[in-house]
Every structure is written in structure tokens, then in C-alpha cells.
Design a protein around this ligand. Structure first.
Ligand code: CA
Length: 234
């Protein structure tokens, strides 16, 4: 049978694991489930799935160990399934190399959207596709070649730093970027671990891009974690 891809689910809660597997199979994905980190690492290596969905609280080991061990040999996309209000954990998982997270409880459409984004990103990393040179979401348009940004049909003038932040988020659209990841991309690894300058820049970016900066449509805040650019339109 032709499948849309193989998804490895590492989750010890039966009801969550069953819900995910059933939803994926209904969308013609192959879903493989395991309850332990140890078996998850083995399956990751033997199956080479398209995406791993990973719970962090596993009976035999911390899920963080799975991220660490997979990242030694592979960039295959990992989406962490996380409990609400554990922001520190999400940041740690993303900094260790997880691609994204979904917060329990989540719906099927949100999960499918995250999986599609992760698979697209995985394909780009594997050299199977290139990010388009023009990024479009809603009324926002970024031409990477010309370094130009338009919002609602008008050219927007961004500073160098503002453009770097917007372009980085657009290159990773649909996925959250942590504050630290953005800061080290834009200012380099020696920048003080101080989010204030990023917040100031983001306020200016939103003033320029968004109709109502208090209710942003393009760049969303993931409280305590980072920022997420709205995914590109299909
Ligand atoms: Ca668990």
C-alpha cells in the first residue's frame, strides 16, 4: 500500500498513542508505536521514519535522551508532545535539536499541520527540495533574492537586524524558533543571554508588518519559548 510516510510514536499513554496512530492511519500514514525510549531509539534507527512524535515523560528514560541519541546520527524531524505549562522543557527540547512541539491536548488538524511542516523541512534538509525564493503568507511577502518585504501590498522598510529576524522566521515558517536560537543566528553566539533587545526589535517589526501589532497575524509569540512565523500557503 502506498503511504504518505512513516511516523514513529514514542508515547507511554495508551489513549494518546492510540488517538495519534488512528488519526495518522486514517490519513494513509504508517504509524508505529512504542512506549519506551529504548525501543524508540532502536526503531528510529531501523525504520528511519519520516517524523518522530516524542513524549518526554517516558517510563525508562527521559525523552530528552532520545533527542540526544537520534541527533548524533540523524536530522530526521522530531516533534515533542508536551504537557501544557512546561515551557522550560520545551525550550530545552528545541535547543537539543527537536524541530517543534505540540501541547496536550491537541486536535488532529493541528497535529497533521505540524507533521506536514516537519516533513517539508526534513525534505529540504535532505536536499529533496529548496525553500522558495519568495515566501508568502496572507498579505506578507518576502523576496529573499531582493531582500524585500511587502505587507498588505506596500513595501516595508526593515533595518538589517529586523530583516534578519524576519527572514530567519520565514525560512522556518510554521515552526517555533527559541529566543536563544534567534539571538545566536542574528547576533552570533557571544551575545549576552538577554532577550530584551530581541523583544525591542520584535515590537518594531510588528509595528511595521502587522495591522494591529497587539494581535499579530504573521509572527506569533509562543510565551516563554520564542516566535513562530505563520506557515507558508500551500
Ligand atoms: Ca508520558
Amino acid at each position: 500500500m502506498q503511504t504518505n510516510g512513516t511516523i514513529l510514536i514514542i508515547e507511554d499513554e495508551n489513549n494518546i498513542s492510540d488517538f495519534i496512530a488512528t488519526s495518522l492511519r486514517a490519513q494513509k500514514f504508517k504509524a508505529v508505536c512504542t512506549k519506551t525510549a529504548r525501543e524508540g531509539m532502536e526503531l528510529a534507527a531501523s525504520l528511519c521514519p519520516d517524523v518522530i512524535l516524542l513524549d518526554l515523560g517516558l517510563p525508562d528514560m527521559d525523552g530528552m535522551e532520545v533527542i540526544r541519541s537520534v541527533r548524533v546520527w540523524s536530522m530526521l524531524p522530531i516533534i515533542v508532545i508536551s504537557a501544557r505549562s512546561r515551557e522550560k522543557e520545551k525550550v530545552e527540547a528545541l535547543d537539543l535539536g527537536a524541530d517543534d512541539y505540540i501541547t496536550k491536548p491537541f486536535g488532529v488538524s493541528e497535529m497533521m499541520a505540524r507533521i506536514r511542516t516537519a516533513m517539508r523541512h526534513g525534505a529540504i534538509l535532505a536536499g529533496m527540495g529548496a525553500p522558495s525564493e519568495v515566501f508568502v503568507t496572507g498579505g506578507l511577502q518576502i523576496d529573499f533574492g531582493k531582500r524585500s518585504v511587502r505587507a498588505g501590498g506596500t513595501e516595508v522598510h526593515l533595518t538589517q537586524v529586523e530583516y534578519k529576524i524576519v527572514a530567519l522566521l520565514a525560512r522556518n515558517a510554521g515552526q517555533v524558533m527559541t529566543y536563544d536560537a534567534i539571538i545566536s543566528h542574528v547576533w552570533g553566539p557571544y551575545m549576552d543571554d538577554n532577550n530584551r533587545i530581541l523583544r525591542v526589535n520584535m515590537a518594531n517589526i510588528r509595528r511595521k508588518l502587522e495591522k494591529n501589532p497587539a494581535e499579530p497575524h504573521y509572527i506569533h509569540t509562543e510565551v516563554g519559548v520564542g516566535y513562530r512565523m505563520e506557515a507558508e500557503e500551500e
